[in-house]
Design a protein around this ligand. Structure first.
Ligand SMILES: Nc1ncnc2c1ncn2[C@@H]1O[C@H](COP(=O)(O)OP(=O)(O)OP(=O)(O)O)[C@@H](O)[C@H]1O
Ligand SMILES: [Mg+2]
Length: 256
């Protein structure tokens, strides 16, 4: 058994004539919090899509827990333990926060059931209890009955995270989880994610622009620039890497 949970090898992604990923090698070890940083347009979201199965690479391979998943769709990877959020939160806007969680829990229980069928189900008491417990854990009880579309941006993202975690993934992939959040919500998210990591059994791959969040969570950092990795290592190694400072971190890293 290797302790590498996710591995992308020589990943290349072309969109028409544009090459967005130019041969990326990346892995996530069990229990680590691996953060991918890089300028806008570097290819971070594209790398996430390739690793999570939302799009397939033009060439290269993806393996999860030692199994080749390169040609498996995202929902199939979810079954193997990959959970991801999106740069824009994906929730059912007309359903309440509580109902959103119920759907996520039912989806885990009844894999292969369509969203429409899930919506028609009368949830078991155990599912309703579990949804209430999770809402409390994520400090969302006060918005439990609100339509999810009416929640604040920070609460929407937190709800989405709670829904992904309802499937009990082994790997959590977060694409800019704190983008557009207030400083208070951002701090709450960092504490929440750090708490999840402490619980054990979870590995993390995330992208993030906010350096407080990056250095607050990362056990390893990879820097992507124009579709190529220019550095990977411990936060200290990356922070002091001259090339990284030149292309990305600039001066603001001293504040992190
Ligand atoms: N579906 C697509 N078709 C064509 N080009 C695309 C597509 N998706 C992304 N790109 C291009 O690929 C490049 C990388 O985009 P990507 O969204 O992966 O960057 P990013 O690092 O996530 O940026 P940001 O920090 O702004 O989120 C950009 O130049 C983008 O325009
Ligand atoms: Mg992006």
């Amino acid at each position: 058994m290797s302790d590498i949970l996710l591995r992308g090898t020589s990943l290349k992604k072309d969109y028409g004539r544009i090459t967005v990923l130019k041969g990326v090698d990346i892995d996530v070890a069990e229990g680590e919090a691996h953060v991918v940083i890089g300028p806008n347009g570097a290819g971070k979201t594209t790398l996430f899509k390739v690793l999570s199965g939302e799009v397939f690479p033009t060439s290269g391979t993806v393996s999860f827990d030692g199994r080749d998943v390169t040609r498996l769709a995202g929902w199939q990877r979810t079954r193997h333990g990959v959970g991801r959020t999106f740069q824009m939160a994906r929730i059912f806007k007309e359903l309440s926060a509580f109902e959103n969680l119920v759907v996520a829990l039912e989806a885990k229980k009844r894999q292969g059931t369509s969203a429409l069928e899930l919506l028609r189900l009368v949830p078991a008491a155990s599912i309703r209890d579990e949804a209430r417990r999770i809402l409390a854990e994520f400090s969302l009880e006060h918005v439990s009955a609100w339509p999810a579309g009416s929640l604040s941006h920070g609460d929407k993202k937190t709800l989405e995270l709670a829904m992904v975690l309802a499937a009990r993934p082994r790997l959590l992939m977060l694409d800019e989880p704190t983008a557009g959040m207030s400083p208070a919500d951002r701090q709450r998210s960092v504490e929440l994610i750090a708490g999840l990591m402490k619980g054990g059994g979870l590995s993390l791959l995330l992208t993030e622009h906010d350096m407080q969040v990056v250095f607050g969570l990362a056990t390893r950092i990879t820097v992507l620039n124009y579709g190529e990795i220019i550095a990977t290592g411990s936060p200290e190694e990356v922070r002091s890497n001259p090339r990284v400072r030149e292309v990305y971190l600039g001066h603001d890293v001293s504040a992190a």
